[in-house]
Ligand binder design. Structure first.
Ligand SMILES: Nc1ncnc2c1ncn2[C@@H]1O[C@H](COP(=O)(O)OP(=O)(O)O)[C@@H](O)[C@H]1O
Ligand SMILES: [Mg+2]
Length: 225
């Protein structure tokens, strides 16, 4: 069985202002093509965990494997490459560059990775936008589109390098129910049609219950998975 993500005994302390044991012995796996959600009260450590799993935070103990390879202890340069190649990330707020066009926003991580020509990246970006039914937005400025459209652009951007796993920290937290439903359907389609793996933090129980699995956190621990 192929794991795209494996966390083994991850522990983390925040040391300031006082020592705080924020993550306690976190171990779990995500399989290829699995859609998992993380739920838990505010402050239970979900965002802190996702920061570690997406290789952005390296200050922890335990081991993290992505695609079967050990990630823990690698240099920042290698981590940046791994992140660009293997991980797509969608946040609650979209963080699009408002002065740039939708197309340019989607192309950016592709240019950063530098594995394809600019022409190829543009073709791929248009294809991602088409797949999310927003091809017609390509030439628009990111500041000129609606909130639901922005989040779909952010998903297209997260997919531009064909990641192994898509991670989201409350990606529907800022959306109305119509647009939240749209995002859930997009995620489900990506799993079913492309075998994408997803790990998404959500507050929305309806959303979580329609995914393969709910990982429940409380006080820095996984209490159910
Ligand atoms: N940089 C930090 N320094 C100290 N404590 C932090 C820091 N970031 C988050 N925390 C604390 O860690 C706990 C978990 O935070 P977080 O991972 O954001 O929770 P969640 O995403 O589940 O709401 C909270 O009690 C929060 O106050
Ligand atoms: Mg959070």
């Amino acid at each position: 069985m192929k794991y795209v993500l494996e966390a083994r005994h991850i522990d983390k302390h925040f040391k300031k202002p006082v020592d705080f044991h924020v993550l306690k012995d976190i171990s779990f796996t995500v399989r290829q093509g699995e859609f998992a959600t993380v739920m838990g009260k505010s402050g239970s450590g979900k965002s802190t965990l996702l920061y570690i799993l997406s290789t952005m935070d390296t200050d922890y103990t335990g081991e993290l494997y992505l695609n079967g390879g050990l990630v823990t202890g690698k240099s920042h340069q290698i981590l940046s490459r791994i992140r660009n190649e293997h991980i797509g990330f969608v946040f609650q707020f979209h963080y699009l560059l408002s002065e740039f066009s939708v197309l340019e926003n989607v192309m950016l991580p592709g240019k950063k990775l530098g594995a394809r020509t600019e022409e190829q990246i543009e073709r791929d970006a248009r294809e991602k936008l088409e797949m999310l039914n927003i091809g017609y937005l390509a030439e628009k400025r990111a500041s000129r589109i609606s909130g639901g459209e922005k989040q779909r652009v952010a998903i297209a951007r997260a997919l531009i390098n064909n990641p192994t796993i898509l991670m989201g920290d409350e990606p529907t937290g800022n959306l109305d129910s119509y647009n939240a439903e749209n995002v859930l359907q997009i995620f489900t389609r990506l799993k079913e049609e492309q075998g994408l793996s997803l790990l998404v933090v959500t507050h929305d129980l309806d959303f979580a219950q329609r995914t393969d699995r709910i990982i429940e956190m409380e006080d820095g621990r996984i209490i159910k998975s």
